[in-house]
Design a protein around this ligand. Structure first.
Ligand SMILES: [Zn+2]
Length: 539
């Protein structure tokens, strides 16, 4: 009996020990979102002075831009950034790029000890993320009025290379200043792709020099639906709605994103969701028109005629200009929800099917996408499309953006294609955030609470193990049928994007919802300072 009791006591002690080491292992600095891959606390402290002396190589132009942004943030938090070494009390902050610290792109090392703070990035993006982490640490210290910060070492790198956030500016348009704010939010969460959904049935938002009617006609609809699509009877506001970004605004936004390590992926929808373009150039539709930009949401039957060579001339010219303006390697071409009604009735489309020897209209869609892929390759761009591009045969180098669940992504990866996961179940931010829909602003439907976004796992279990590396990452989408204002866009985005950031940045082993919610509490105070309109956490 005695020895049994002894064993029990030993076991209990062992479990307590195990729990405490585990706790230490999972300890993350308050307010850090997303959680870093590795953090270790050291038993000493750094005194944080009001003046932060920045030590960096001013000849590095990219770094200098980054320092400028960091200084502005530090001032907003309440510190005084300075380049000069003076006699007054200062905290030293050294920021540099050194590719020797890690072979992984976008990595950084952050060291805090009594001597000061050091940030070293494996590249400029890594350095930028190190700065974001430090800003979170310093702001939390400021909020808590802490004169010191614990010594620590953080070694961090992203789990995925594609960490995306989409914004639909076609159903509702948002001013260029808000696009920049959106990019700021993305970058501060260590996300790196802004997918800009620029064209739709209800409006075309990018000027193309060769086709001025895209600005004068396709950018405008005569009115907008009030209330929900399912309301009976439907009501419209009777007010013309529209607009477009100028070329200067777009160029400015691209430069803004680049300084924040964000790549913009523009989306030009085809062959469906094209009614607005067809209202300006009806000769590219199967019927020849006339058409009007849609006032109702949903899927519409007017699509580009796949039998008309002029369609491909138009799209090639459009994509040429888009490729010239956007320096990133990817162009999204949509490819989703393309009804085949018109193609079935169209003599030209039917002739194309016969001439090329296609089986049906699904193969005609595949023919369409493959031609567009060839055009994009000519301009040095990779094609990205929603998972419908799998139907009728996938274009050889296309990246599949899986939105109707994960199955399309699994199928594409197993066939050797690169994939981005964006399932409606976990990352459609136009869905309701609570089941209590009466107390939430009008949304498209669904139910996607913060906890479910946190569970988003871009690499599904049922994918072949040698194909997992083809999952480039994950992305959430903000469709704006029911989001007419900036305030509402922010409300639908936050704090769900904070959970998404952790799903695409942090290692799977670091995922801990309770810990996340605790850290999020401090992080939300940062969003308050920036006057961002987020949904309050449930009690
Ligand atoms: Zn046709």
């Amino acid at each position: 009996m005695g020895s049994k009791k002894y064993t029990t006591i030993i076991s209990i002690l062992f479990i307590i020990l195990l729990m405490s080491t585990n706790k230490q292992k999972n300890e993350i600095f308050p307010g850090l979102v997303p959680a870093p891959a590795y953090i270790e606390f050291v038993d000493s402290k750094l005194q944080i002075e009001e003046t932060i002396r920045m030590d960096y190589n001013p000849k590095d132009k990219n770094l200098k831009n980054m320092i400028r942004l960091a200084k502005s943030e530090l001032s907003d938090i309440g510190y005084k950034p300075s380049d000069s070494n003076s006699n007054q009390e200062q905290t030293r902050l050294s920021i540099r790029v050194d590719q020797n610290i890690s072979k992984t792109p976008e990595s950084y090392r952050l060291k805090i000890d009594p001597q000061g703070i050091e940030i070293t990035g494996s590249d400029h993006a890594g350095t930028f993320y190190g700065i974001q982490t430090l800003l979170q640490i310093l702001e939390t210290s400021k909020i808590e009025n802490a004169p010191t910060v614990k010594s620590m070492i953080i070694e961090d790198s992203p789990r995925f290379k594609w960490r995306g956030m989409m914004l639909d500016v076609a159903r509702h348009m948002f001013p260029a200043d808000f696009i920049k704010r959106y990019i700021d939010i993305i970058a501060a969460h260590k996300m790196n792709v802004f997918h800009w959904h620029l064209t739709e049935d209800q409006g075309w938002r990018m000027p193309i020099e060769k086709y001025p009617k895209l600005e004068s006609i396709a950018a405008w609809r005569k009115e907008t639906l009030i209330g929900h699509y399912t309301d009976k009877p439907r009501k419209f506001d009777g007010k013309p709605y529209g607009g477009f970004y100028t070329r200067e605004e777009i160029t400015d936004i691209i430069a803004y994103a680049k300084e924040r390590s964000v790549t913009i992926v523009p989306e030009i929808e085809l062959p469906g969701h094209a009614t607005a373009a067809l209202s300006a150039y009806p000769e590219l539709s199967c019927t020849g028109g006339p058409h009007e930009a849609e006032t109702l949401w949903g899927v519409h039957k007017e699509v580009y005629c796949a039998g008309n060579e002029e369609t491909f001339v138009f799209l090639e010219n459009v994509l040429k200009e888009v490729s010239e303006i956007f320096p990133g390697p990817y162009i999204h071409i949509g490819g989703d929800e393309c009804p085949k009604t018109r193609w079935k009735e169209c003599q030209k489309c039917q002739k194309r099917i016969a001439d090329v020897g296609l089986k049906d209209e699904h193969e005609l869609q595949s023919y369409f996408i493959k031609r567009i892929e060839k055009i994009l390759e000519k301009f040095g761009k990779r094609l990205v499309g929603w998972d419908e591009i799998l139907e009728g045969g996938l274009a050889p180098n296309a990246i599949v953006h899986s939105w109707r669940g994960m199955d399309g992504g699994i199928e594409a990866a197993n066939a050797g294609h690169e994939v981005i996961m964006s399932p409606t179940t976990h990352v459609y931010f136009d869905y309701y955030q609570s089941k209590d829909k009466d107390n939430e602003p009008l949304a498209i439907g669904g139910h996607l609470p913060l906890s479910k976004v946190y569970k988003f796992e871009p690499v599904p279990d049922n994918i072949d193990s040698d194909k997992r590396h083809l999952i480039l990452g994950g992305q959430a989408n903000l469709w704006t049928e029911y989001i007419p204002t900036i305030e509402k866009a922010e409300y639908m985005l936050l704090p769900r994007m904070c959970a998404l950031a952790e799903a695409v940045w942090s290692p799977r082993s670091k995922k801990d919802y309770n810990g996340f919610i605790k850290r999020l509490g401090d992080h939300l105070k940062r969003l308050d300072r920036k006057h961002l309109n987020y949904r309050k956490l449930d009690k």
